[in-house]
Design a binder for this molecule. Structure first.
Ligand code: ACO
Length: 431
């Protein structure tokens, strides 16, 4: 027998039957869009904990089992067999590319890797000590002023070109943020290199010396980028969709996603993990910090632990944990005191009753920062690296949303709890 959701307002006696929709996996949803017209109620779900904001075919997460699929492919298989460009194609177009499609896509992305020379002057407006995320938000937002020939969101070709441009230019923009902060000249992309190889080249080479991309670093970055490419309707992706729902151009939408990513509860966590490890300082201090994390009167949280959706081990954390050890061993950093501290903290938290009861496991960012550090990437660039990888997911989600025939502007409602109507005082009685 088909189950039904019937909502009855006991005050008026009115009832409404809510249609149920089933997805491929995950809990079914009931459609509340007629509830206001029928019963004169809104629904209340702060933080969208149980609200599906869209239908999507891109990414699926089973938080209880700790599973993540891109277009149906398990993340473990993509991490083992695929590469970031192929994953980008998969997320954007829905299928793995054929050999020729893969070569064509990689070529298109590399052909768009330079940005307009005028954009360089934007960087000069930022102080050398500006946070690279602040620079990135500004520079990406300004792309719409340079590439307005691809901002007609109703034209599928414009949408595709804008998506290609965004994916292609992000490494160049990210490297520009880094070079600006250390006062070195910008390095042009080298289209003979891979996506991540090019990013390393633009960050670490100088016009005065030859630079060889380290294949270990290139591969580790490619893997981290695969793991970060998409994560369904998280805060930054929902921000991109919400901005896009108002028909804002794609460059502006992605800039808003970068802003949402910056916070320490989201993409800023990888940077916050390193700050926290430095603050903890040594293994002996771990119990004190674990107690602080459990104390409700202390705002301190263990950065890199917990996740809104995963109530089991983050599958990306499992993959990146092994890579973290391999990379550090290969680069000769396996005795890094920070890594030892991180492993001791992980072990202590996983054995702690509070963390067990609250199902708080290390997330991907607990480890990604340690790898970035081993690759010589400074802490304030960690979230920038995340933004480069996540741009692929953002553009795929944006394209899916724009192509939706029933698209409407995103406009949440509220429960107003402010003052009741009152009159402006006639006399000056406000001193
Ligand atoms: N340390 C200590 N306690 C924690 C932590 C943590 N890292 N995370 C959650 N808790 C506790 C909360 O205090 C709360 O306890 P209570 O129920 O006794 O009050 C409970 O676990 C649930 O926490 P919420 O904040 O309600 O969970 P939510 O799903 O809203 O938050 C979040 C998820 C923001 C990721 C949270 O776990 C957190 O702040 N983690 C640290 C930051 C971090 O690593 N963010 C990266 C996320 S992954 C990513 O963006 C790629």
């Amino acid at each position: 027998m088909d189950n039904k959701i019937i909502v009855t307002d006991s005050a008026s006696g009115k009832s409404i039957e809510l249609p149920i929709q089933h997805g491929t996996y995950g809990p079914a949803v009931f459609d509340i869009s007629r509830i206001y017209q029928s019963l004169n109620y809104f629904t209340y779900d702060p933080g969208y904990q149980v609200t599906a904001s869209c239908r999507s075919t891109i990414t699926y997460i089973d938080g209880e089992k700790g599973e993540l699929y891109y277009r149906g492919y398990p993340i473990e298989q993509l991490a083992e067999h695929s590469n970031f460009m192929e994953v980008a194609y998969l997320l954007m177009y829905g299928e793995l590319p054929l050999t020729q499609q893969s070569a064509d896509f990689t070529k298109i992305i590399s052909r768009h890797s330079m940005f307009n020379e005028g954009l360089k002057r934007f960087y000069d407006g930022f102080y050398h000590d500006a946070h690279p995320m602040a620079i990135m938000i500004g520079v990406v937002g300004s792309l719409s002023a340079f590439y307005h020939d691809s901002t007609d969101i109703y034209n599928p070709q414009h949408r595709e070109i804008a998506a290609h441009r965004l994916i292609a230019k992000m490494p160049t923009i990210a490297a520009g943020c880094y070079k600006h902060s250390i006062g070195e000249p910008f390095v042009y992309p080298d289209n003979s290199l891979s996506y991540t190889g090019n990013l390393l080249h633009m960050m670490f080479s100088m016009p005065t010396e030859t630079y060889q991309v380290d294949p270990i670093a290139e591969q580790a970055l490619d893997l981290i980028f695969i793991l970060h490419a998409d994560h369904e309707q998280n805060a930054s992706t929902s921000t991109v969709r919400l901005a896009g729902s108002s028909q804002a151009n794609p460059f502006a939408c992605i800039a808003s996603g970068i802003a949402a990513l910056w916070g320490p509860a989201h993409g800023g966590a990888n940077e916050a993990v390193l700050r926290m490890l430095n603050e903890i300082g040594q293994v002996e201090h771990i119990p004190k910090f674990i107690s602080r994390a459990k104390d409700k009167n202390d705002p301190f949280r263990l950065m890199g632990f917990g996740h809104r959706v995963y109530k089991n081990y983050d599958p990306r954390a499992r993959i990146v944990r092994d890579t973290c050890h391999e990379v550090l061993a290969k680069l000769g950093n396996s005795n890094d005191p920070l890594l030892k501290l991180a492993m001791a903290l992980e072990e202590a938290a996983l054995l702690d009753d509070y963390f067990i009861e609250h199902k708080l496991y290390p997330n991907v960012d607990f480890y990604s920062g340690l790898i970035y550090k081993a690759l010589g990437i400074p802490e304030n660039m960690f979230t920038v690296m995340f933004a480069v990888a996540r741009t692929v997911g953002w553009v795929a989600q944006w394209m899916e949303m724009i192509a939706e025939p029933t698209r409407r502007i995103g406009r949440p409602r509220q429960l107003y709890v402010g003052p009741a109507r009152r009159d402006y005082p006639k006399e000056a009685v406000r001193e």
